[in-house]
Ligand binder design. Sequence first.
Ligand SMILES: CC(=O)SCCNC(=O)CCNC(=O)[C@H](O)C(C)(C)COP(=O)(O)OP(=O)(O)OC[C@H]1O[C@@H](n2cnc3c(N)ncnc32)[C@H](O)[C@@H]1OP(=O)(O)O
Length: 311
Amino acid sequence: MAATLSLSLSLDPQTHHHHRFFFPNHHTRHFAYSLPNFHIYPSQSFKISSSTPSHSHSSTTSPPPPPPISSLYLDDPFRTGRFLTNDELDRLRFLESFVYSEDLKSGSMWVRVMRPDETDTTVALLAESFAESMMLPPGYAGLLRFLIKKYLLERRTLMPHMATLLGFYRENAPNQGEQQEQQVKFAGTVEVCFDQRGANTSMPSPLPPRNSPYICNMAVHKSLRRRGLGWHLLKASEELISQMSSSREVYLHCRMIDEAPFSMYEKANYKVVKTDSILVLLMLQRRKHLMCKKLPLSNMPSETDLSGSDE
Ligand SMILES: CC(=O)SCCNC(=O)CCNC(=O)[C@H](O)C(C)(C)COP(=O)(O)OP(=O)(O)OC[C@H]1O[C@@H](n2cnc3c(N)ncnc32)[C@H](O)[C@@H]1OP(=O)(O)O
């Protein structure tokens, strides 16, 4: 995966409410990097102009372009650290309450949106997974974690236009009737983007439509694979997209060499719409498929329903 950011990561031969939030640096955030398999791309660059707590009503000296009268930058459950319109606030609250759960053969799992204090554990999983697919030597672990953490923090500011989901798993007790509850484990993650405002500014090829929902950066802990967790992370993503977006067409990228996810996406009815030409090899990237699935219409509340309180 190509990496721009000053450190050339072209290592890829392939490619509760009322939290207070103070953004660590109040400068313009602008990164550009990407990692193989996972699409770590720059999101919009914008200025965090104040360290005012996100739920505060007090005005700042240089606020961004005048928000609608109804705009709020209070009560931001996920500490996005920016102005939120009523519509965005409703959508954020919806994200906060979203839970997908499923009983599996070997245990049970549930999926929900990542909370700020879970960033580091998510970074660790993604870094492990990137390193695995890029065949990186352990020496790069620190750099990978640094880049991924920056990426996740930056992406979070775009909520509710995107969300990082986490999957949790609890294995069945080894002996039936055993009283002791098994431990809940953090099992996997996936990123979902609902609309153009949540899209990364620089997408990998083949390019998906910028305003369509998009799924990326899925990973399941190695020790927990082949139990249906990846499948249900995908199902949870689709369910959330159905509720957060009026667009039915979901896109994702999958590297040609990645048989496990490719087989999963095919099984879930994603179709290849375009494949990288062999020329991407010249850019030291792996060839990727762009895959798409048309989600069935659901009776779930859509974007417009969720924004009802704005009127
Ligand atoms: C859009 C993107 O994010 S692309 C990047 C995807 N991520 C990665 O490649 C990172 C490394 N890989 C992983 O983390 C995992 O292997 C994942 C996320 C791809 C799959 O997670 P798992 O929990 O193991 O998948 P799960 O058990 O739900 O399997 C679902 C289906 O995927 C396919 N699959 C999963 N693993 C494999 C495998 N090793 N070989 C072949 N097919 C596989 C099968 O079709 C499987 O269905 P089945 O069990 O009925 O045969």
